[in-house]
Design a protein around this ligand. Structure first.
Ligand code: GTP
Length: 631
């Protein structure tokens, strides 16, 4: 029995070696002129992942009918969105010439929070399929991603998808592509990623229209670090684009950013999982296992070089690391769980380097963390993963953006926790400016919703920059500058609601700008509840303050004394509610001799107190905060 299992194991290992060997031979026979690195540019849900799967099936990387390959996180599959860019290599024999081509497909995230990942993916590509859903036409992200791809000099192949749908309007989609992007209608390839119709036409188009990489294998090694992930057995795995030179197992490498040295333990391609190869050569996109322990040492955009060749290697331009723009306070729903949650969060952060993490203590919610994310979707995906994959229970504060305070003496402060927003009345004479991050938002929508969308943008302190009528079909494109704080406050949800789901949105950072912002606090018997404080525009404070005190009152049980709930903005009380005193004695109705009942009641009361927090002189159950913070 044991021997048979061992034999099977050996046979499997042998087959692996043999198939890796034939894969290696196949790769070795393909010159760089026959590599094609490409990506798919599209709006969310236009069918990138479905199309990727069809291409992988056509090139025999996967068997037809399996699960989506490139969306790997459980949350991604459930929500049907791509968060982390993945890559996969394919071999394609062109039937016209019988020549083999090595294709590297880099999938890109579809949501704006992950724009940095999109530009990183584009940087290793020579071209992209510009995918447009024929039932929806060009949408905001198609426009934004097109400009990004165009600015990075990518050769674009327009693809009209979902032509199998009854509501598909292929002519309109083609016309929009021609008008918006100056790509001739005749260049469009019409497919159904779902049924596979015409998808095979894409492969020769990729070969013909996308240029090969231009690196030189004889030059010193320059590998661009495109992405990284953490593997519990291998440590940090690096996804690299070999721009020049080649790298193999055992090579000593050094990072340009911080001079860290490693020995390459394994290299290979993603096919669709890791397959080790002898070398990775100029033009290829593949992985390296350098024996790196800390994810933070993998600086995305870094150049990896051969140790000893640093002086003759020109470092690649690289990318800017994305900065967290949305912060939330996170606290365990049960204070006793802090240690376990701390371990879970640290483990998850290992695989998501764009999350920032800091310990924090709140008078209302106890020990917790301040987490920084790229955007609100990123925040919700991360917390959902914590709950789903680790079973963690969290109380989350309202998301906030970072605020910048400049003082006349040159001091600058970035505030990521609203409770730290200083009492400006004390330093007014030294205050230079209060600033917050702004974005430029692109929206596309049918003309009939224009009035309502403009109203929404105006109410959100937006400044109109452009309004363009896309074509005769009544689509409009709007460009607005908006404070990020409004975008984080469910702007997308509001936009969808005023446009009955027809509007689409994309945005990009435009830096900090001056704003009239103040801190709004909730006070309980004169004491501020730190975890609930928020920084907002002055003109929002009055109605939000009133809403807060009314809502919070509902969650506070009557006490033996009067409880006053107030909202304070910029040191002025702007709203107030009072809860009248009520006498409640759990023992009052008992006879003095009923000792066991008395003990039981007292212990029950003690148990209840465990989840209580003291704010001012009153005790508030954690549930009250949880209910208050829930929308
Ligand atoms: P993100 O990963 O979030 O960017 O989405 P995506 O662009 O990868 O879209 P995905 O491939 O997940 O497809 C979105 C939805 O459209 C899924 O329900 C697909 O089954 C469906 N879909 C994709 N292509 C076609 C098509 O050609 N025809 C039809 N009818 N449905 C399609």
């Amino acid at each position: 029995m044991f021997n048979r299992r061992l034999l099977r194991h050996v046979r499997y290992a042998f087959q692996q070696v043999r198939s890796n060997h034939s894969l290696q031979e196949r790769i070795d026979a393909i010159p760089i002129e026959r590599y094609r690195n490409f990506s798919i540019v599209a709006h969310v849900d236009h069918g990138k992942s479905t199309l990727s799967d069809r291409l992988l099936e056509l090139t025999n990387v996967i068997k037809p009918g399996g699960k989506q390959v490139l969306d790997k996180l459980e949350v991604e599959r459930e929500r049907g969105i791509t968060i982390k860019a993945q890559t996969c290599s394919m071999f394609y024999q062109d039937p016209r010439t019988k020549l083999d081509y090595l294709l590297h497909l880099v999938d890109t995230p579809g949501h704006v929070d992950f724009r940095a990942e999109v530009s990183r993916s584009y940087a290793s590509c020579g071209g992209a399929l510009l995918l447009v859903d024929a039932s929806q036409g060009v949408q905001a992200q198609t426009v934004a991603n097109f400009y990004l791809a165009y600015s990075m000099d990518l050769k674009l192949i327009p693809v009209i998808n979902k032509i199998d749908l009854d509501i598909a309007d292929i002519d309109q989609a083609e016309e929009q592509v021609e008008n918006m992007f100056e790509l001739p209608k005749s260049d469009c390839i019409k497919v159904s990623a779902k049924t596979g119709l015409h998808v095979e036409q894409l492969l020769p188009a990729i070969v013909d229209r996308i240029p090969p990489p231009t690196g030189k294998v004889e030059k010193p090694l320059r590998a661009l670090l495109v992405d990284s992930w953490y593997d519990s057995y291998l440590g940090v795995v690096l996804l690299v684009h070999i721009v020049d030179g080649q790298v193999k197992r055992g090579d000593k490498i050094i990072t340009a950013a911080n001079g860290l040295k490693y020995e390459v333990r394994e290299c290979g391609i993603m096919y669709p999982d890791r397959v080790a190869t002898n070398t990775l050569k100029s033009g290829q996109v593949g992985y390296l296992v350098p024996g790196m322990k800390e994810s933070k040492d993998a600086k995305i955009g870094d150049t990896l070089m051969h140790l000893g060749k640093e002086s003759i290697t020109e470092v690649l331009p690289g990318f800017e690391e994305p900065k967290p723009m949305v912060f939330v306070g996170a606290f365990p729903a049960d204070g006793a769980e802090f240690k376990a949650l701390d371990d879970d969060i640290s483990r998850l952060v290992l695989n998501d380097r764009s999350v920032s993490l800091q310990r924090e203590t709140s008078n209302a919610l106890g020990q917790g963390w301040r987490l920084g994310f790229l955007g609100s979707l990123h925040a919700s995906v991360f917390t959902e993963r914590l709950e789903k994959e680790y079973g963690s229970k969290l109380i989350l504060t309202q998301p906030t953006v970072p605020f910048l305070i400049k003082f006349k003496d040159g001091e600058k402060k970035i505030i990521t926790n609203p409770d730290d927003f200083p009492d400006l009345s004390l330093r007014r004479s030294n205050l230079e400016s209060l600033e917050e991050p702004f974005v430029e938002a692109i929206m596309t929508l049918p003309q009939e919703y224009l009035g309502k969308v403009i109203q929404l943008c105006d109410d959100s302190h937006g400044v109109q920059k452009e309004i363009t009528y896309l074509n005769m079909t009544g689509q409009v494109m709007l460009r607005y500058e908006l404070p990020l704080s409004y975008l984080v406050d469910d702007f997308f949800g509001k936009l969808k609601s005023v446009s009955r789901g027809y509007a689409s949105l994309d945005y990009e950072d435009v830096g900090y700008k001056q704003s009239d912002i103040v801190k709004l606090e909730l006070l309980v018997n004169g004491k501020s509840v730190d975890a609930l404080a928020q920084v907002m525009h002055r003109d929002q404070t009055e109605h939000i303050g009133k809403e807060w005190v009314k809502k919070f009152k509902k969650f506070i049980k009557s006490q033996l004394f009067e409880v006053v709930i107030q909202a304070r903005a910029n040191n002025k009380i702007i709203a107030r509610e009072t809860i009248k005193a009520k006498r409640k004695d759990v023992l009052s109705k008992l006879h003095a001799s009923d000792i066991s009942r008395r003990k039981k009641l007292l212990s029950k009361q003690k148990q209840g107190k465990k989840n209580m927090k003291t704010v001012g002189n009153i005790q508030i159950n954690q549930d009250a905060f949880q209910s208050f913070l829930r929308r």
